[in-house]
Design a protein around this ligand. Structure first.
Ligand code: HEM
Length: 264
């Protein structure tokens, strides 16, 4: 043991005053990668809350959703729409998703044997946080594929975001089945992820750990149910508009008094 500490000490900077031997540079990477995974997860989790607020603007009416969509194209800053701004934003989110997924791969069972061992352990433990981790892995795996499809379409067709354009995509382009499954996957994945982050890094910690855990879990469920309900109502709104607009598929929504904002 003493020998291994000496080994670690050699090759590191001067640490004569420190009672604890600093870790060798290579040994710090797992912690750094963990921090990066938490950081990218936190950003994505918060992004999903904001995203759902913007997407659900359709519940306030076509004009509200149109205004939000044009806002992200810089219409209110530059006096015209610049859809590539949306592509840029989607590109950044896509990069975050890829980084988060790559970091998460470290935690996936890498063989059927490892998977079986985990499942047996989970079934024996019957501890709800262990089961939550399992569901986070399963939903995360599904999101690799589902989020990629959605993000690629958003990135390559940024000007096709609007009340009619989105509703056409949801209904006539048959995106609703993907959105329905993805909504459940992302809300469970994000909810569990944020809950686990709060526990892991000790956020909102009170004097009694079991009470903190119980409160965090209750809050997690409230958030998940809220965003699921909002997401389902939003999806239903796009489906309704999509069915009504199907005969005019492809025609963008333009509020009264506005001429076209996209130059062809
Ligand atoms: C900057 C990146 C993103 C943009 C611009 C964006 C934009 C949109 C838009 C405009 C819609 C409405 C439907 C449509 O037009 O097709 C939508 C729906 C949806 N998006 Fe995104 N999205 C982004 C990232 C994501 C990510 C990373 C996820 C999850 C991994 C996600 C999950 C969903 C879901 C589940 C729906 C359906 C909403 C519902 O069921 O109410 N989005 N998104």
């Amino acid at each position: 043991m003493a020998e291994s500490v000496t080994q670690v000490k050699s090759g590191t900077e001067n640490m004569t005053d420190s009672p604890v031997a600093p870790l060798a540079p290579a040994a710090r990477w797992p912690a750094r990668l963990d921090l990066l995974q938490s950081g990218t997860g936190l950003l994505l989790g918060l992004f999903m809350w904001v995203h759902m607020m913007f997407v659900s603007s359709i519940l306030l009416g076509n004009d509200a959703m149109w205004t939000v969509a044009r806002f992200f194209e810089g219409y209110y800053f530059f006096g015209r729409s610049l859809p590539w701004l949306v592509s840029l934003l989607v590109g950044c989110v896509f990069a975050l998703v890829i980084a988060h997924a790559a970091l998460a791969l470290r935690k996936f069972p890498s063989s059927y044997r490892q998977y079986r061992e985990f499942r047996d352990h989970m079934d024996a433990m019957k501890h709800s946080d262990t089961s939550l981790w399992y569901w986070q892995v399963v939903t995360g795996f599904g999101l690799f594929f589902m989020a990629s499809v959605h993000l690629y379409i958003m990135m390559t067709h940024p000007s096709r975001i609007g009340p009619f354009e989105s509703a056409d995509r949801v209904w006539t382009d048959l995106m609703w089945p993907l959105y329905l499954v993805m909504l459940f996957a992302v809300e469970f994945h994000g909810g569990i992820g944020l809950y686990r982050l709060a526990l892991k890094w000790g956020w909102f910690e009170g004097s009694n750990p079991s009470v903190t855990r119980r409160r965090l879990k209750a809050f997690k469920w409230v958030i998940t149910v809220f965003f699921l309900a909002l997401g389902l109502a939003t999806l239903a709104a796009y489906v309704k508009i999509g069915i009504e607009h199907a005969p005019d598929y492809g025609q963008p929504y333009v509020p009264t008094g506005i001429t076209a904002v996209h130059t062809p």
